[in-house]
Design a protein around this ligand. Structure first.
Ligand code: SF4
Length: 289
């Protein structure tokens, strides 16, 4: 646990968190929508600071990042909590539910990452759950990682206010940002968030570091040709260098329907996206029918 950044005191006992667009107003004892920040006696704390639920040396392509140090590995770390509530979440066991964690300091994580350099490790990826609501820990680790010659990667939903994102960006080398649909209604009804903030984050970060974007396609929800075309066209306007990953949905968490994407449909949609972007990849193909 560590004192949180980016909040204000509403009065002697209540606080408002200003890290992400939700702006949670919290009374003593209350935890934010993300489950990662709590008002304790009138002060806001990051309660997932140093709490590690997953740690693994992954191929960089698994993040997914295909145009950033291809063929390398990255030490991938995750905690608990998320500030979006996607009913199809594929990591819901750590993002939305209680899960066991182990304590780890930034020094210990960086030391582990340095120790893995001989095995092809290039740095640390903050991933699995949402790293932006692990903000203080990610910031402390990223600073230390850079001092030790390591790279930092964020795999994120991009749901954060502009100022904290700007302050973190000097320590971030690459990001994979989810753009879950190209529709305000989808974000509102299925993710409980606002698409505009995610689009702002993509714009901001694409100017500062290497950015790839993931769009998980769900049959009947966000997989029309019009929507994929509009999403790709907008990304191309932000930067032609953005790599887009179209990944196939499989039923998970609260969303048990619809069924799997078909291989044929995925290839049709990849061709739609390729009319706008030169780098389009397909993910989760192994689960397709
Ligand atoms: S980071 Fe968490 S506590 Fe802060 S506003 Fe977002 S959801 Fe609420």
């Amino acid at each position: 646990m560590k004192a949180a950044m980016y909040y204000e005191k509403a009065n002697d006992t209540d606080v408002r968190c200003m890290l992400c667009p939700h702006g949670c107003f919290l009374k003593p004892g209350q935890t934010g929508i993300c489950r990662a920040r709590k008002n304790i006696e009138g002060e806001l704390y990051s309660i997932n600071y140093g709490k590690m639920t997953s740690l693994a040396l992954d191929p960089i392509e698994k993040k997914p990042l295909v145009n950033f140090h291809p063929g390398s590995y990255i030490l991938s770390a995750g905690s608990f909590g998320c500030n979006l509530k996607c009913s199809f979440c594929q990591n819901w066991r750590i993002s939305q539910a209680e899960s066991q964690s182990a304590d780890m300091t930034p020094e210990a994580l960086v030391e582990k990452a340095v120790g893995l350099l001989p095995r092809g490790n290039i740095g640390i990826a903050y991933t699995y759950n949402e790293p932006l609501i692990w903000y203080e820990f990610v910031r402390d680790c990223s600073l230390l990682a850079h001092e030790n010659g390591l790279l930092n990667v964020l795999v994120t939903n991009g749901y954060i206010q502009k100022e904290p994102m700007e302050k973190l960006l000097p320590f971030v080398d690459a990001m994979n940002i989810d753009l879950k649909a190209f529709s305000s209604d989808f974000y509102k009804s299925i993710c409980k968030g606002e698409i505009d903030f995610v689009m702002n984050t993509i714009r901001l970060c694409a100017e500062a570091c290497h950015v790839e974007v993931t769009n998980l396609l769900i049959p009947g929800e966000n997989d029309s040709e019009e929507e994929v075309s509009a999403l790709s066209s907008w990304l191309a306007e932000v930067s032609q260098n953005i790599t887009l990953h179209l990944t196939a949905y499989h039923p998970d968490y609260k969303m048990k329907k619809p069924g799997f994407m078909s291989r044929k449909r995925m290839f049709e949609l990849i061709n739609v996206a390729k009319k706008h972007l030169k780098n389009v990849y397909c993910g989760n193909m192994h689960i397709l029918i």
